[in-house]
Design a protein around this ligand. Structure first.
Ligand SMILES: Cc1cc2nc3c(=O)[nH]c(=O)nc-3n(C[C@H](O)[C@H](O)[C@H](O)COP(=O)(O)OP(=O)(O)OC[C@H]3O[C@@H](n4cnc5c(N)ncnc54)[C@H](O)[C@@H]3O)c2cc1C
Length: 391
């Protein structure tokens, strides 16, 4: 088999790339190791920046998001006795939307298949080779057949645990890593949210986040120690702790049946460059951020916006300039997002550094309340800096 661009991974990065390339008349095949049902149900991120919303429109996959997504103008920051609304629209002119990543993936897969796109689910034993040649190879097993897919380029969009990054020879990548000493315990509950916007709460017990999946479903998170196990958290303990950490006079977190729960360790990682020969990495395959800044999905989509433009430039004008600049350009936004995610994480979590550090966090939260410049900086980063050719 042959294709122009072999895409490994049918997450937000791989699928968005496939659709962008198709709009430029470039062929691609998407190789995914899971089945369709699994990827369409995998609950992860849920906050879309304006740039991501715009890109969903550009590729013609935005109808359901426009109908069912919850458009938000800002978020709340809470500490005991104080709640501040960060009004993104007034501060930056930019919106955010709540729309589950699994819903976005469903829409992208449906659009890709509708347009005749080639996608191979349940591809096993995926291997990449000849990456520094003009025709890199993806091999995978489909049913009982071993398939060789010759490509002109490969996009490694297979997430943090994928095969693409680890196919790069040792010594090529410089890797940056930061592991935080806590995790998030996340739940999905059948409960109509008792808030009209996300609430990020600082509390002496630790951080918690109140988010929503839809008008009838709440998503809530608690900071917990990194070695915690789910068995230590029966429902009553989860709800009790959420009520304490989000407490506000005359108001309560609405409770309901917990339908899903999980633990997410907090980690930051970046590899540099995001390229080896004709393999280009995008999204979580190249970088991950702690979810406090809601950047993971949005960064993944931004990478492929840049990569698609660079590949179009190659096929339409024979110019490698965009491809040669891809890693450097993408990494500028990645590091901005790393800094912002780290800032939000350090400001809101109990980092275990003692009372002095906790007081500094409160000083930062108070400053955000008093200074419009500080609030605007947070809002600009949270809602996403405008997408430009070089960022
Ligand atoms: C548990 C969890 C919770 C998260 N919560 C949030 C959040 O609340 N907010 C936020 O902003 N971000 C969150 N993130 C991060 C966000 O979901 C990711 O940044 C986003 O999924 C990145 O998209 P991607 O397309 O790069 O990678 P992925 O979504 O990981 O997609 C990669 C795809 O590649 C496939 N794949 C993997 N290996 C192979 C292989 N060898 N061959 C073929 N296919 C392969 C995978 O099955 C997957 O479909 C969370 C991540 C996790 C893991």
């Amino acid at each position: 088999m042959r294709t122009q661009v072999g895409i490994v991974g049918a997450g937000p990065a791989g699928l968005t790339l496939a659709l962008l390339l198709k709009q430029s008349g470039i062929d691609s095949t998407v190789i995914e190791c899971r089945d369709r049902e699994y990827v369409e149900r995998r609950v992860r991120a849920g906050l879309l920046e304006q740039n991501t919303i715009d890109l969903m429109h550009q590729i013609g996959a935005a109808d359901r998001m426009d109908r069912e997504g919850l458009r938000h103008s800002g978020v709340y920051l809470r500490r005991p006795g104080h709640t501040q609304y960060i009004d993104m629209v007034n501060l930056t002119g930019r919106h955010i939307a709540i729309y589950g990543q699994q819903e976005m993936v469903k829409d992208l897969i449906a659009t890709w298949i509708d347009r005749g796109g080639d996608i191979r689910f349940m591809a096993s034993s995926v291997e990449l080779s000849d990456l520094d040649s003009l025709s890199p190879l993806i091999e995978f097993t489909e049913g009982r057949r071993r398939i060789e897919l010759r490509c002109e380029f490969i996009a490694g969009c297979d997430g943090f645990h994928g095969v693409s990054r680890t196919s790069i020879p040792p010594g090529v990548l410089k890797e940056y890593d930061l592991v935080y000493p806590f995790s998030w315990l996340g739940i999905l509950a059948e409960a109509a949210p008792s808030t009209d916007a996300l609430i990020y709460s600082w509390h002496e017990h630790g951080f918690s986040l109140y988010s929503m999946g839809s008008p009838t479903v709440s998503r809530l998170y608690l900071q917990v120690p990194v070695d915690e196990v789910l068995e230590d958290w029966p429902d009553e303990r989860i709800w009790g702790e959420l009520q304490i950490r989000h407490a506000s006079e005359g108001w309560r977190v609405s409770e309901g049946r917990i339908v899903e729960r999980g633990l997410t360790p907090m980690r930051s990682y970046v590899c540099d460059p995001m390229r080896y020969g004709r393999l280009f990495l995008a999204g979580d395959a190249a970088h991950i951020v702690p979810p406090t800044g809601a950047k993971g999905l949005n960064l993944a989509v931004n990478d492929v916006r840049l990569l698609a433009a660079a590949l179009s430039e190659w096929y339409e004008q024979g110019s490698a300039t965009g491809l040669d600049r891809y890693s450097e350009t993408a990494l500028r936004r990645v590091w901005r997002a790393q800094d912002f995610s780290n800032y939000m994480t350090q400001m809101l979590h109990d980092t275990g550094e003692g009372p002095f550090a906790r007081r500094l966090q409160l000083a930062r939260l108070e400053y955000l309340e008093r200074s419009e410049a500080a609030a605007r900086t947070l809002a600009e980063n949270y809602s996403g800096l405008p997408a430009t050719d070089d960022f």
